[in-house]
Design a protein around this ligand. Structure first.
Ligand code: SF4
Length: 345
């Protein structure tokens, strides 16, 4: 059995444990079978981005129509959510969310005043002390800065803009210094395999609390850059090396290796708690990597969308999609046939 198979077995066993625990709690009446309202959501605030990363799963920054979810529409949507009970956790991403300027804080304020805890995903380019001072008032599980290499040249080449490594590293350092939990996210491509330990050391030096490390998600612009995917042999090497490094650095940094897309989708389909993404056009997608749209917040009530969210995992098309996800690479003939188009349920 190779490292990939061992890992998939571990992931499958862990998903089964979650399912069994959920069923036990439902049976004893202490856990609902269905949630009528989301607990957590991800908001992709904009398609705009100041970088051009080779792996961008939603092709941010390409010639796209203006966002139907204007800042005013996001504020109206968040107010509606709060009026109906609010969300415990919101992950803010994009595109690059800091491109919204002051409007970002207006959107966050609506949720913050209701008690929401945030995660914020950024490429770090626009961070400065003034922005950090404004962010300090919010509750964060983490702020994530993407850093794909310990080398500025390799990172900048991958992210498409010179100077992006320096900006990201500066942002990361300031975030950690401000006492906000810093999460560094690293996408591993074949040429970074030899540099895993250097990435870990960089994350430690920047003051990170977590390092999330994983292979390229097979979606969006990654399909145009096939050289960035790991081969099976490289993925085996990645897993065995990270297992060893996790043990070696366990006292200094929490290192999380991303699960395979199929495992993640199986987990979402069994928990039905979160995972839904509100996109810049208002569509609600099941997950970043899962192209099914179950409604649009500009048109539909959140309760109606959420009723669909619980049930849609049983939809034969969705089941077929998850089953056809290559458990190793996540590559999916199903998605490629749809040429990256969303599928409306
Ligand atoms: S991956 Fe992130 S930083 Fe890169 S282009 Fe996409 S949204 Fe922008």
């Amino acid at each position: 059995m190779d490292e990939i198979e061992k890992r998939l077995n571990r992931e499958a066993a862990s998903t089964k444990r979650v399912e069994a625990e959920r069923e036990r709690l439902i049976a004893e009446g202490s856990y609902p079978e269905k949630f009528s309202f989301p607990i957590a959501m991800q908001f992709e605030l904009t398609t705009r981005c100041n970088l051009r990363c080779k792996h961008c799963y939603n092709r941010s920054g390409e010639n796209q129509a203006p966002d139907a979810m204007t800042p005013e529409a996001w504020i109206a949507f968040t107010k509606k959510l709060v009026a109906k009970g609010g969300l415990l956790e919101v992950t803010i991403s994009g595109g690059e969310p800091l491109l919204l300027g002051d409007k970002l804080f207006e959107i966050m304020d609506v949720l913050h005043d209701d008690g929401t805890v945030f995660n914020l995903v950024s490429n770090g380019w626009l961070f400065n002390q003034k922005i950090l001072d404004r962010l300090k008032k919010y509750r964060f599980y983490w702020i994530q800065i993407s850093l794909d290499s310990s080398s500025s040249e390799r990172h900048d080449e991958f992210r498409g803009v010179k100077g992006s490594w320096t900006r990201a590293a500066n942002a990361a350092y300031r975030i950690a210094l401000a006492g906000i939990p810093l999460r560094i996210a690293t996408t591993i491509t074949p040429r970074e395999l030899e540099h895993l330990e250097e990435i870990i050391q960089t994350a430690i030096n920047l003051g990170a609390s977590y390092l999330v490390i994983g292979e390229v998600m097979p979606s969006g612009r990654a399909f145009d850059n096939k050289e960035i995917f790991l081969s099976r042999e490289q993925l085996n090497r990645f897993y065995s090396t990270t297992d060893e490094l996790i043990k070696r650095y366990k006292d200094k940094l929490s290192i999380l290796v991303s699960s395979s897309p199929r495992t993640q989708l199986n987990y979402f389909s069994s928990e039905k708690l979160d995972g839904a993404v509100v996109r810049p056009n208002g569509d609600v997608r099941l997950d970043c990597t899962c192209p099914f749209v179950i409604g649009n917040v500009l048109r539909d009530d959140v309760e109606d969308i959420w009723a669909k969210y619980s049930d849609c995992w049983q939809n034969p098309l969705v089941k077929k999609f998850i089953e056809s996800c290559d458990p190793i690479s996540g590559k999916n003939s199903f998605t490629e046939n749809y040429n990256g188009q969303d599928i409306y349920l």
